[in-house]
Design a protein around this ligand. Sequence first.
Ligand code: ADP
Length: 239
Amino acid sequence: MDATPAIRLTGLRKRYGTGEAAVDALKGVDMTVAPGEVVGLIGPSGSGKSTLLKCLGAVIEPTAGRIELSGETIYDSEDGGWRAGDLRTLRRDRIGFVFQAPYLIPFLDVTDNVALLPMLAGVGNAAARQRALELLTALDVAHRAGAQVSQLSGGEQQRVAIARALANHAPVILADEPTAPLDSERALTVVRILNQMAVQYQTAIIVVTHDEKIIPTFRRIYQIRDGKTHEEAGEGREI
Ligand code: ADP
């Protein structure tokens, strides 16, 4: 494993509410993911998966523990909480999201859907579109670069969503059930793409899933049960 993990969680806890109504959704989560690695995060409903993703994505504040991205502490409950000055910038530049639905912007063409985040981050329009085109090429959808989102198939839209998640060269991508609506072949294609992109861009990708079709592909899995993670080896089946 690379000397500096892309992501390291230490003793992460999250309590919702207070007093008798308090719910301990995360009870001390440890997780380490290397650049270029794809790991599965698997657990039954109510086990804390969404809470963990929201903490990782700086959408909600943990109650205790530490989060490091690429060796930099971004949250430490014992040292003032969030260390990043601006959480929106953190989310925009350092964490990419892929969801079950692509959530593309219908009034932008494919290229601009991917180029938008780099543009918002201050990359010039031409350079942002160039970067978008490179990603669309890597994902085999460059021929749709000028198309409207509504003209794309579901699989093409999901590839554009992956390109968008990669567009800011975020060291971490969080993928929440990215294959749930897809048939077996398309689901495996998405996982193959995620693995290729992880290696090519040295991105760490955490895939939250229930999808039995893709679980055998992970080399490493974090099971989450009752707010605690248990690391195990996956089958790592070739796709
Ligand atoms: P999963 O994504 O694995 O289904 P969640 O992270 O959504 O699990 O939930 C973990 C636990 O935290 C559950 O007991 C859930 O009821 C509780 N929980 C989630 N969100 C909240 C909230 N906003 N307020 C109170 N309890 C919550």
